[in-house]
Ligand binder design. Structure first.
Ligand SMILES: [Zn+2]
Length: 462
């Protein structure tokens, strides 16, 4: 008899730290291996020992490259994982960029904390270093979309395009005859570059695991709001800072700006992309467009055959720290796009420290801001904010534009799930409590499914 279980090792009561372990008598398959991000108490969980022996895991399946799905890989390898990590072509390419950047950021943060002496620790250490990231990268193996691949004696995986970021997939996993469908982060049908998410495969699943990031929200799509905020920002006479996730959001924002400038809804002003990671990702997107990747929306490769989809005329790509610092001196209208998207780290934090005290400046939040992040603090209207151990006044204008989300909202998730056959059991993860509960209620009422919200480290027999 082979008993199959699923353990929820992360992303249970939070949107971060996605890690799900499927075990049979014969093998252990880990689906995603993400970092916890956000409030300190959540981040601290990254330092907890991994709940299962990493040496015993037979394969990792990577749904997409985002840090909250891939960022724990260097630690898993450090703890003895020695097998293969499976992802699609661009998931692997972007994961390399993200893990290298993550290692560098953590080493920088540890150094900075030591210098300023504001850490609780005498000698702050990074979670992992460049070496650990490179070792994890060595384990990445590329697998094609829409093909069933064997990953262990009794385990198979199929990746399907999910339209969330380049390379992203929702994933069907079979272990010892039991079948699982992970939505991971599901995209929408309006991405300017990526094809729509595939429909769920027409087959029976024992278990469906769905995200619920926007489980209790409906996106209102008002592209005008973005143009309005930019024009207001220009009128205020200062600079406009857009914290944006380096991968995908930066691309979507740049295309929206190009579109608004071409339609003369905003004036042509300089646009600075200030994130080395975002610049590397931009090149991968350009490559995918030129290569006519199956992930790119029909017509896009032709449309941008002879022009850069991301340059509206005055695009500045800031690679070096010196270039980044030169932005501090800009005193005319300009847009600065910098990472990280929730202002938890990266160059954007320095720009916030520089810009927030001046009421002429504008900060436009364009993505999901997790509880406890600096982005969320700003979104919630804080009058002061702590950056690098210093309390700063928030005098700049703070705006929120939601139409750029690359996550399906509540209605979109229900519609997508409604195209799948009814599973024996469904689990709602990757959301905050209200989002999870709304999704559970809707799935029960509208789809007639049997739905559970798992708790951290809970294990279920399948
Ligand atoms: Zn994601």
């Amino acid at each position: 008899m082979s008993e199959v279980t699923i353990a929820f090792l992360g992303a249970t009561d939070t949107v971060t730290g996605s890690r799900f372990l499927i075990s049979s008598g014969q093998s252990k398959i880990l689906v995603d291996c993400g970092l916890f991000q956000g409030v300190k108490s959540v981040q601290k969980r990254n330092w907890d020992p991994f709940p299962v022996n990493a040496k015993e895991i037979d394969a990792v399946v990577l749904s997409h490259a985002h840090l909250d799905h891939s960022g724990y890989l260097p630690l898993l390898v450090k703890e003895g994982f020695h097998k293969e990590i499976y992802g699609t072509r661009y998931t692997n390419d972007i994961t390399k960029i993200i893990l290298r950047d993550s290692a560098r950021l953590q080493m920088d943060d540890a150094k900075f904390a030591a210098k300023r002496g504001y850490s609780e620790h005498k000698n702050p250490q990074p979670l992992y270093n460049q070496d650990d990231a490179e070792k994890a990268i060595d384990h990445l193996r590329e697998r094609a979309f829409r093909t069933r691949h064997q990953i262990a004696p009794d385990a198979f995986v199929t990746f399907y395009p999910s339209g969330h970021i380049l390379g992203s997939s929702f994933v069907a996993v079979e272990v010892a005859g039991k079948s699982f469908l992970f939505t991971s982060d599901l995209g929408r049908n309006n991405h300017p570059l990526l094809s729509n998410p595939d429909l769920p495969p027409a087959q029976d699943f024992d278990v469906v695991i769905t995200e619920s990031t926007y489980g209790d929200r409906i996106h209102d799509t008002t592209p005008d709001a973005f143009a309005q905020e930019i024009n207001d920002g220009i009128a205020r006479g200062g600079a406009i800072l857009i914290p944006a996730f380096a991968v995908d959001r930066t691309e979507v924002i740049l295309m929206a700006l190009k579109d608004l400038i071409e339609k003369k809804l905003i004036p042509e002003i300089p646009v600075y992309v200030d994130s080395p990671m975002a610049l590397s990702a931009l090149n991968l997107y350009r490559e995918a467009i030129t290569a006519r990747s199956e992930e790119i929306r029909a017509g896009i490769s032709d449309k941008y055959a002879n022009q850069d989809p991301f340059d509206a005329g005055q695009l500045h790509q800031m690679q070096t720290t010196e270039e980044s610092k030169s932005i501090n001196d800009i005193d005319s209208a300009a847009i600065i796009i910098s990472a990280s998207g929730m202002a938890t780290g990266g160059r954007v934090v320095h720009h916030l420290a520089n810009m927030l005290p001046n009421p002429k400046n504008t900060v436009i939040l364009v993505g999901y801001q997790a509880v406890g992040s600096r982005g969320r603090t700003l979104e919630d209207g804080a009058k002061t904010i702590k950056i690098h151990g210093q309390e700063l006044y928030v005098n700049a204008h703070i705006a929120k534009v939601e139409s750029f989300s690359v996550h399906a909202d509540s209605d979109e998730l229900i519609t997508w799930l409604g195209n799948a056959r009814k599973p024996k059991k469904a689990y709602v993860v990757h959301g905050e409590p209200e989002g999870q509960l709304t999704m559970k209620n809707r799935m029960e009422a509208e789809l007639g499914w049997d739905v559970v919200i798992p708790k951290s480290n809970q294990v279920f027999e399948v």
